[in-house]
Design a protein around this ligand. Structure first.
Ligand code: TXA
Ligand code: MG
Length: 315
């Protein structure tokens, strides 16, 4: 565990309106005091994030959920009992004490209680409600190490707390509980199957039938600088010597790539998620023309992995 000195320094910076990058079990977040609109505005500036994209508020104590939001359905308690602390974000009706800049003017808000001890301890030492988007420039790959944050945003923020590599490796699942039926707006660390086991019927956002309410649903996002292409077979590869390859499972490639990473040689989807952004960051640093990525099975957390890859790929 990180020293008390560091935790309380991070808490103090947030309390005083600064920005601190904090480790969570999903990805590193760029944290600011939710109650301080000026501090929240700094996040949008540091990330070059458009103001129409609302933020997730991170809490460490369930009482805070009741202070911030109107909890008027049993299903909300069911979801938080089962999945908090953990990689589930819920969309609920907000109260007036939540500044508009947090919710981009919507009457709903996103809340999650992370599982990472360091995140929880920092939230407790600040004001108890910390907004934290992924700590990357808008549209770019999410950070899963403190170094990723330092490289991308280091000079724009007040402190980076190093909590090691993020265990889950993809962002939280965003579940909207304000509609008639629960609907997943962004697949993530908690799988659709896990949600259905506990909550029963759960819909999944589909842009053809539901209008997007939040830009996590934008088509292009999480992208490396190098063009990325998803392939089903190596026959689709051109110019392998000038390309990188991100594979999955056992792979005997006859092609020679400039560099390669494997998300999980054993074909384990959870391991693959935990390495996804780390591997993409690594390949994006190489001087290659293209990153080819092997298609991942669309089950469990594989759905969240493929969501990120589709959004990162060339259109
Ligand atoms: O795992 C995570 O969720 C990470 C870590 C740091 O906790 N955070 C994260 O934040 O991914 P961000 O800002 O990159 O993604 C927030 C997502 C966006 O897709 C946003 O549109 C959605 O939550 N969101 C926030 N408020 C919303 C609302 N009121 N209605 C619908 N979607 C909302
Ligand atoms: Mg993000």
């Amino acid at each position: 565990m990180i020293e008390e000195k560091i935790l309380s320094k991070a808490g103090d910076i947030i309390k005083n309106g600064g920005l601190v990058a904090i480790p969570t079990e999903t990805v590193y977040g760029l944290g600011a005091d939710m109650f301080n609109p000026k501090a929240v505005a700094k996040i949008f500036e540091a990330k070059s994030r458009p103001f129409f994209d609302p933020l997730i508020t991170h809490i460490a104590d369930i009482e805070m959920l009741y202070n911030l939001a109107i909890i008027d359905k049993d299903i909300i308690k069911k979801a938080t009992d089962a999945f908090w602390p953990g990689p589930l974000t819920i969309i609920v009706k907000k109260r007036d004490i939540v500044p508009d800049i947090v919710s981009s003017g919507l009457d709903t808000m996103a809340v999650r209680m992370p599982k990472h001890k360091v995140a929880l301890e920092i939230i407790k030492r600040s004001t108890g409600a910390v907004v934290a988007p992924s700590a990357n420039p808008f549209g770019y790959l999410s950070p899963t190490t403190a170094d990723h944050v330092r490289e991308q945003l280091g000079d724009r923020i007040d402190m980076v707390v190093d909590g090691g590599l993020c265990e889950v490796g993809v962002e939280s699942t965003v579940l909207d509980l304000t509609r008639e039926r629960p609907i997943v707006l962004r697949p993530g660390g908690i799988s659709i199957e896990e949600l259905r086991d506990v909550l029963g019927e759960v819909e999944v956002f589909n842009r053809k039938v539901t209008s997007p309410t939040a830009p996590g649903q934008l088509e292009s996002h999480y992208a490396p600088r190098t063009p990325l292409r998803i392939i089903e077979s190596l026959n689709e590869v051109e110019n392998s010597e000038k390309s990188a390859y991100l594979s999955f499972g056992e792979e005997e490639s006859k092609l020679k790539f400039k560099c390669m990473e494997n998300l999980s040689e054993l074909g384990d989807l959870i391991e693959a998620a935990s390495r996804l952004f780390y591997s993409l960051h690594k390949l994006d640093r190489e001087d290659v023309e293209k990153i080819y990525v092997k298609k991942i099975p669309l089950e469990g957390i594989g759905i969240a992995i493929m969501d990120r890859l589709y959004k990162a790929s060339e259109k």
